[in-house]
Every structure is written in structure tokens, then in C-alpha cells.
Design a protein. Sequence first.
Length: 274
Amino acid sequence: MIHCLLKSLVFLHDRNIMTGISCIGSDIKIENTLVNHAHNAHWTRHDHTAAFHRSLRRAGMLTYAYIDFDIAIMFPPDAPRSECRLPYWNSWDGTNNWAVKDTAQGEHDYDPFAFDVTLLGFQFCQSFQHLPPYAPFLAPLLDMMVTHDYKRRFTASEALKFFEDMYPLLPEEQLQAFPPMLSHPEDHETFDRWKGLPPDLTRRWASYREPPLPRFTRILRYLCEYRRIRPIIIWGFTVLCTLAPLLMKPENISQYFNLHYQTRTVGDLRIVKH
């Protein structure tokens, strides 16, 4: 499942779709995931259905795919991904988007590609974050998909490569094991995915581990829960981003304004042409 859904996200992020327009979906959730096996049971988690799905997975015959692209966003194929931003209110669309905190601190815009990665990482955490004792590489993979630092976060391609590099290293007995189901989902921001891992693995993957949430970030999130305070914080972020060029070195200011005046708008997107 993880492999299929990561490959699907890479396809959406990295390839031209339909008329040469790249597309990202922002309603990623388990309910919008289908498999290539139809069953007459209403719930696919019945024991007999789950056992059959496991046999199909082990044989490499079960494929997962996304549906429901009604709130997907399309970007022009020539748009530099690093400069494709969406206004903060777009991050509120979708069923589980509350779980991604990229705009919970008063940000006025966000990176939708990084947002997608955390949204998928959240879905993985709901089902698999208790499994690192059986598959240790899940701890760094999930941490790097849901980290609050979006600049440090795995891209979809990086997450897929990490999975494909690590999965073959699992011994056969671990691959054939049937680990326990999670009784109830726990908060992906506070759950310790590294608990019980061997010290050598913890040291080796230390750079992937999600650090505690900074106090300043927690304060901003708390303040942004108040409807009258949130617009003030968003306004403050907007002013800071607008005034940032004035804090640059003199030789960089002219370069900034040259770029600024080449800006064009496509829908809600702000695209800067170099």
C-alpha cells in the first residue's frame, strides 16, 4: 500500500497529466483510495476479505490508486515548483486537511506539494506508525513526511526513494509477519515512532528524527485558534514578507525588484518567471 500510494503521488507531482498540466490532489484520505479487487462486502476490513487482500499483496497483484480529484489544483507545466504557492485558505479544503499544520501558525500562503506529502504521511501514521519495531525504517520515513519543517520535509520522490532503498533490506521473516492492528489512531505529532528501536538504528537515522515542536510555534498555533487574532498574525506575516527585500544588501535589492516585476498571476497562483 505505501509503495503504491507513494508512486501515485510522485506521478501526480512529477509528470504531465491530461493536457500537459501537472496536478496535485488535496483530499488524500483512505476513503479516496481504491484497490483493483472488487468484493461484495460493504466494509473491506472483514477478516476473510483482509486475508485475501494480504495474499494478493504478497503476490504483487494488489494495486492501490487515488480517486476524487474535484478539489485538485492544476499548475502550468512551465511553473517552477519552488515558486508555486497557494493562499492559506486553500489549505482548509479537504476532509483531513486539519491534520496538516502548514498554515496553523498564521502563514499567508503555503507549498501545496509539501502539504500533499504530509497529508499522505498523516494517513500512513494513522495505520502504520506503531509498526517501526517490525519495520524500523518506517520511523524515519514517517517523521520526514510529517515534519513541521516543510523545507526539510521529504518530497514525494525522496519518500519513494527512501522506501524503495529500505524495504528490500527487511528480512523475510519480518515481511511475512502479521503485526497487530492499531486499536485507535494516535496523534502523529506526539506519538513516539522511535520507541523500542535498536540504539544503533536510532543513531544512524538521527538526522531524520522529528524534533520537538518549538515553543514559539506552539504559541502561534494557540493564538491562531482565536478568530480575531488570526487575521492580525496573517497580516503580520504578509508585512514581513513584503518588507523582507528592504533588509537585503543593496546589491540584492535591484535583483529582487527585477524578479518582482516579472511576476504573473495564474488563477490563485503567483508565478515568477526568471
